[in-house]
Design a protein around this ligand. Structure first.
Ligand code: NAD
Length: 469
């Protein structure tokens, strides 16, 4: 399978996806080795993860190089690589607390005692997308490993170059090699994984998520789906416009808008709409493409070639229905074989346009005026998605009052897209953005364990509910 380079448009890398039979054989092997991993106990697992952290840090430059080629961007890649060590340390602390034995306790029936235990799912499959290849392949993997599961990870076929580096790091840690694997492959490999796992964590589009949900239902296994978004930002009169425009510009165009939690639509109170748009456009004009030099410029190429077609379709649809292009590109441009798009500001937009209701996944900032707060809430809730969002107001209390009514699992107050950097809060996705328990915060580790109780009868008295026989 030939893989496209997002900066050149050339197909310069090859992967050979395993067959479904090979995936099933690997799953069986991992499941077998998992028993020792589980029985080793939490301190054994923490020691192995700490050892792996050192190896990943030592391989950082090879990892960053591969990821830069995969994605065509540098700054976000370094951030992703740096977050690995922090995430391992944070999860080791949480897992140590969480996996402590719970003391046996007397039940409400006094001659019975209860002993609780946590039993990990033997094999967890992690299927991840191309927009943050490293971060999203590890976000569920690290707590699953610490919980005691074996983990099989398949990143997107669009960004597979970092997989071999990851495999090399795992091979250096004997305790991990038998229970933790990265594999290359496309949707067919993902489907084979679902068919042979005990639990699946999927991050990707809502369309694929539905297929994974279906397949998991057939296999009767739990599945956690983190899917698409169309995050709104609401800006109320009285908000600090300098702060709101800087934040929204970053929140909507970082990583060229290729983030599930990108701000994809902006609702601004009518009294401040024009001033907001003017300031946003001034600031957008300072943002540069990184087409010449990956280290210079904030906006990289579109990682997935076909994403440009979706962005062009949304722009064309909006412009043909009366939107005004205030700043940016009416369509993506091809430079040296890569597809790029400047931060692009649209006004005179409405919910009859795809750019306001469907996931664009590009650096497009459509701004719509509203009059009353209730209108802003109705508009913010007017899509099938409910991932996250942002509210800007003169004071926190007013922002919180609105935020409480926005359908989304994480609402940033007076900033945007804060779940990109802050993973400690617990959140669920609303509507078609996801299903299942929180992937962030301490509770995320619970997803990988089943609860088991031993109900112990002490003493030799007959139980009062027995037959008198
Ligand atoms: P995608 O759905 O095309 O692919 C995601 C993964 O699923 C890939 O690894 C792919 O190979 C695999 N896959 C494809 N078909 C499959 C099948 N039938 N069974 C099992 N696996 C299959 O998504 P994408 O284009 O790679 O990623 C972009 C999407 O991801 C956007 O919609 C974005 O919003 C979403 N996303 C969501 C979050 C979140 O936390 N909610 C985070 C990042 C990205």
């Amino acid at each position: 399978m030939n893989i496209r380079n997002p900066r050149t448009g050339q197909y310069d890398y090859t992967i050979t996806p395993p067959s479904a039979t090979a995936v099933a054989a690997l799953a069986a092997q991992l499941r077998q080795e998992q028993q020792a991993w589980q029985q080793g106990g939490i301190e054994y697992r923490i020691a192995a993860m700490q050892q792996w952290k050192q190896v990943v840090v030592a391989h950082k430059s090879a990892l960053v190089d591969a990821l830069c080629t995969d994605t065509g961007r540098h700054w976000e890649t370094v951030l992703e690589a740096d977050l690995v060590a922090t995430a391992i340390d944070r999860w080791c602390g949480i897992a140590r607390d969480f996996c402590q034995p719970v003391p046996r306790k007397t039940a409400s029936i006094p001659f019975l005692q209860l002993q609780q235990e946590l039993v990990p799912y033997p094999l967890v499959s992690v299927i991840s997308p191309w927009n943050f290849p490293l971060l999203l392949s590890l976000i569920d993997t690290i707590p699953a490993l610490l919980a005691g599961s074996a983990v099989l990870v398949k990143p997107s076929e669009v960004t597979p170059r970092f997989i071999r580096v990851m495999a090399a790091t795992i091979a250096e840690v004997p305790a991990l090699h038998g229970i933790f694997r990265y594999i290359e492959g496309d949707g067919a490999v993902g489907a084979a994984m679902v068919a042979t796992s005990d639990l699946v964590c999927f991050t990707g589009s809502t369309a694929t998520g539905k297929k994974v949900y279906d397949a998991a239902a057939k296999a009767m296994i739990p599945v956690f789906l983190e899917m698409g978004g169309k995050d709104p930002a609401i800006v109320l009169e009285g908000a600090d416009l300098d702060l709101a425009t800087s934040s929204i510009l970053w929140g909507g165009t970082a990583n060229a808008g290729q983030s599930c939690l990108s701000i994809e639509r902006i609702y601004v109170q009518d009294t401040i709409h024009d001033a907001f748009v003017q300031l946003l456009a001034q600031k957008a004009a300072q943002v540069r493409l990184n087409d010449g030099d990956i280290h210079n410029g904030q906006i990289g190429p579109l990682i997935f070639g076909r994403q440009a077609e979706i962005i062009n379709d949304h722009l064309q649809d909006a412009l043909s229905k009366g939107a005004t292009l205030v700043y940016g590109d009416a369509r993506c441009r091809t430079i040296n074989g890569g597809s790029y798009c400047h931060p692009t500001i649209l006004t005179h937009v409405h919910h009859g346009m795809k750019v306001m209701t469907e996931e664009t996944f590009g650096p497009i900032l459509p701004v719509m005026a509203f009059h009353a707060k209730e209108d802003a809430i109705a508009l913010a809730n007017g899509t099938r998605y409910g991932l996250s969002g942002a509210v800007f107001a003169a004071d926190t209390a007013t922002a919180m009052e609105l935020a409480a009514q926005v359908e989304g699992g994480a609402i940033s107050i007076n900033d945007c897209a804060l779940t990109a950097v802050m993973h400690e809060g617990e959140k669920n996705s609303f509507k078609l953005s996801g299903i299942g328990g929180t992937r962030m915060g301490p509770a995320a580790i619970k997803r990988f364990m089943r609860q088991k109780v031993f109900i112990i009868k002490e003493g030799d008295a007959p139980s009062p509910w027995w037959y008198d026989a």
